[in-house]
Unconditional design. Structure first.
Length: 161
């Protein structure tokens, strides 16, 4: 199945938001999505975009996306972080994810970044195997660390005591 792979536009924000919510449901965390449609419009398509996005369109419908943003490695230099590669559940297994993945890698390479990186859930063996088969290294010795806003606030409050 061949989809049209293109740069996302502001008009795609609703579809992007729908795909994000679909992924959260798949990952058994639907309540974790706190952003809104207007956040996506502002953060991705405002005067200072915080992310870039590629979408897959099939039969005039956005059915997949790759959302990424620039980072910097103190060892390697410029990198891109792939936050999410999502294909609508109804079209998984049809090659659309591979098309998005290939386009993300192509755009990264052409942008001159030294590394691309992303996270994958350890239980999502389909994705883990896909990435390994593509030549990517799935690191076992690094742990992801996150701090959400309430924890940031608590930490900062503890400094003021």
């Amino acid at each position: 199945m061949k989809a049209i792979i293109r740069k996302a536009k502001k008009v795609d924000s609703g579809s992007i938001f729908k795909l994000i919510k679909e992924l959260a449901l798949y990952e058994k965390e639907p309540e974790s999505v706190i952003l809104s449609l207007s956040d996506i419009e502002r953060h991705g398509f405002g005067s200072q975009p915080l992310f870039q996005c590629i979408v897959a369109e099939f039969k005039n419908e956005v059915v997949g996306m790759a959302l990424y943003y620039p980072r910097y490695s103190t060892w390697k230099g410029p990198t891109f972080h792939l936050e999410d590669l999502i294909v609508s559940e109804k079209l998984k297994g049809k090659g659309i994810g591979t098309q998005l993945y290939a386009e993300f890698i192509k755009q990264s390479y052409e942008a001159g970044v030294e590394r691309i990186e992303w996270n994958v859930l350890d239980w999502n063996m389909t994705a883990v195997n896909f990435y390994k088969n593509s030549g990517a290294n799935v690191l076992k010795d690094w742990l992801s660390v996150q701090m959400h806003r309430p924890a940031m606030e608590k930490f900062l409050d503890s400094l003021n005591k």
